[in-house]
Design a protein around this ligand. Structure first.
Ligand SMILES: [Zn+2]
Length: 71
């Protein structure tokens, strides 16, 4: 019985390690993309150009995200 418990714990640890590994892989993939060439979009409200990741879509138009000067 304790062996089954041990297997479950080991399996869970492998799962956590794998999940952490996948997360770090995703991060590594994301970073060069944003550094290299990220699409720039113009805010529909204030006209500021910003990377698409900093903008959010609202009614089919891109607007600033977290920009206090917008609106
Ligand atoms: Zn704006």
């Amino acid at each position: 019985m304790s062996r089954i418990l041990l297997l479950i714990i080991i399996g869970f640890m492998i799962y956590l390690l794998f999940r952490g590994f996948m997360r770090s892989q995703v991060k590594r993939d994301e970073q060069p993309k944003s550094v290299e060439a990220e699409d720039m979009v113009a805010c529909a409200r204030c006209g500021v150009n910003l990377p698409r990741s900093d903008a959010r879509e609202e009614g089919g138009k891109w607007v600033c995200q977290g920009n206090p000067n917008c609106r």
